[in-house]
Design a protein around this ligand. Structure first.
Ligand SMILES: C[S@@+](CC[C@H](N)C(=O)[O-])C[C@H]1O[C@@H](n2cnc3c(N)ncnc32)[C@H](O)[C@@H]1O
Length: 238
């Protein structure tokens, strides 16, 4: 039976371990506000063999809010999959905004493409079928790209998170925001290694190292948020 006692509170933070509480949040304030095309894309992605591994819809809501309050127009998307966060961003930035999106998996992108087209936002997207690192390096070859982006969402291979960080720190303007998904790696960051399944151990270690390094990085103000699978938001300050 679902735990019906009050959720635990630690350091004045409700521990979202109750499925009921998350269900309440999603059903009350997230799903009713989710754009129809996003909902359809999310449902279509659930049929993918890997299931829906896009940004969590409640995290998406926060990302959209940050895109709006920061007036983001030019963004970077590392890790597209079927495009949930990509479509969310495209729906949120202005009509003359631009997203440079990169992922070596075009097939997954094409699952989401009909929804992107239907939403009428394809003109804002420049999808590059490639691992992200060489694309980011290419962008950095042109000095005009330095500090020209307002926002970046990083949701791809963990082993490169720090490599992405070093590059987006140059591409995103001072005051711009970078969001790193999966900071909690399914909650494994707070578990001893022996309690973690073999397939999650490597990325757990990478997450621990990245989270620690970013927490010490003076170039950014951070907000480490327990939403979805954990998102670290960074505002570039230097
Ligand atoms: C968790 S999914 C991204 C989900 C997406 N942001 C969304 O909201 O639907 C991770 C994606 O990262 C991609 N990926 C893996 N290695 C990559 C790399 N080196 N460069 C760019 N994308 C990569 C995978 O192909 C996969 O589609």
């Amino acid at each position: 039976m679902e735990n019906i006692s009050e959720p635990k509170v630690f350091a004045n933070t409700v521990i979202l371990q109750s499925e009921g509480l998350l269900k309440y949040i999603l059903e009350t304030g997230v799903y009713p506000r989710e754009a129809e095309t996003l909902k359809e894309l999310r449902n279509a992605t659930a049929k993918h063999p890997m299931g829906f591994m896009g940004a969590a819809p409640d995290a998406g809501q926060l990302i959209a809010m940050l895109l709006k309050v920061s007036n983001a127009k030019k963004t970077i998307e590392v890790g597209v999959f079927t495009g949930y966060s990509l479509l969310l961003t495209a729906l949120t930035i202005p009509d003359d905004g631009k997203i440079i999106a990169m992922d070596p998996d075009r097939k997954a992108y094409e699952i989401g493409l009909p929804f992107i087209k239907r939403a009428g936002v394809q003109h804002k997207i420049d999808f590059i079928e490639s691992p992200a690192l060489p694309v980011l390096d290419k962008l950095l070859e042109d000095a005009e790209n330095e500090g020209s982006f307002d926002f970046a969402f990083i949701d791809a291979d963990k082993n490169n998170y720090w490599n992405y960080h070093e590059r987006v720190m140059r591409l995103v303007k001072i005051g711009g925001i970078v969001a790193y998904d999966n900071a909690l790696w399914g909650g494994t960051v707070a578990l001893p290694e022996k309690a973690v399944s073999k397939d999650k151990q490597e990325w757990r270690l990478l997450s621990l190292a990245f989270n620690e390094a970013i927490s010490k990085d003076c170039r950014v103000q951070i907000a480490f948020v327990s939403i979805g699978d954990g998102v670290i938001f960074c505002r570039r300050i230097a």
